[in-house]
Design a protein around this ligand. Structure first.
Ligand code: TQI
Ligand code: ZN
Ligand code: ZN
Length: 168
């Protein structure tokens, strides 16, 4: 079953068209940007939200960056494996990914390195957190707190949809 953050924080009712931007210090390929666009689209399909990429990192609602190790928010990343990414509860919009991971953007996960992590799977999970979902006890759920290397799980389960539709 789905859960929420303590105090049930959500994006306020006048914030449904959210913008996102990538940290200017690590330019990303269009392919990587496309992965995030697809991940946002999965949530947009079942919520009142729209998500648009903009150039201005400073003014975007959701700010996405890849960082290695200590990156100034008190939650340092830990190198390969371990913590992969973190996102903060609404309406913070901070979405950080561990720059030391072997992120897989496309292609065959079976031929990827043993430590490869599917970027879209992690992005869909973290966007759930950005919107206010905590972890779920349902194994099929995107918000179930287990991901293994070379695993791909990108489709929202009915538990994820019920949870987000209770919030919005
Ligand atoms: N990052 C954790 C996560 O996103 C950070 C975290 C731990 C967290 N407890 C939390 C965030 C409670 C919000 C609320 O869950 S992670 C998974 C999963 C991670 C973990 O790098 O460990 C995924 C990133 F769910 F599989 F464990 C992506 Cl999909
Ligand atoms: Zn961080
Ligand atoms: Zn999580």
């Amino acid at each position: 079953h789905y859960s929420f953050f303590p105090g049930r924080p959500i994006w306020p009712a006048n914030r449904r068209d959210l913008t996102y931007a990538f940290a200017p210090e690590n330019p990303l390929s269009d392919e990587v940007k496309g992965v995030f666009a697809r991940a946002f689209a999965r949530w947009a399909a079942v919520t009142p939200f729209t998500f648009s990429a903009i150039d201005s990192f400073r003014t975007a609602d959701i700010r996405i960056g890849f960082y290695a190790g200590d990156h100034g928010d008190g939650e340092p990343f830990d190198g390969v494996m371990g913590t992969l990414a973190h996102a903060f509860s609404p309406p913070s919009g901070h979405f950080h990914l561990d720059g030391d991971e072997s992120w897989v953007v496309s292609g065959d996960l079976r031929s990827a390195p043993v430590t490869a992590i599917d970027l879209e799977s992690v992005a869909v999970h973290e966007i759930g957190h950005l919107l206010g979902l905590g972890h779920s006890s349902v194994e099929e759920s995107i918000m179930f707190p287990t991901i293994t290397s070379r695993m791909r799980k990108v489709d929202l389960a009915s538990d994820d949809v019920l949870g987000i539709q209770e919030l919005y």
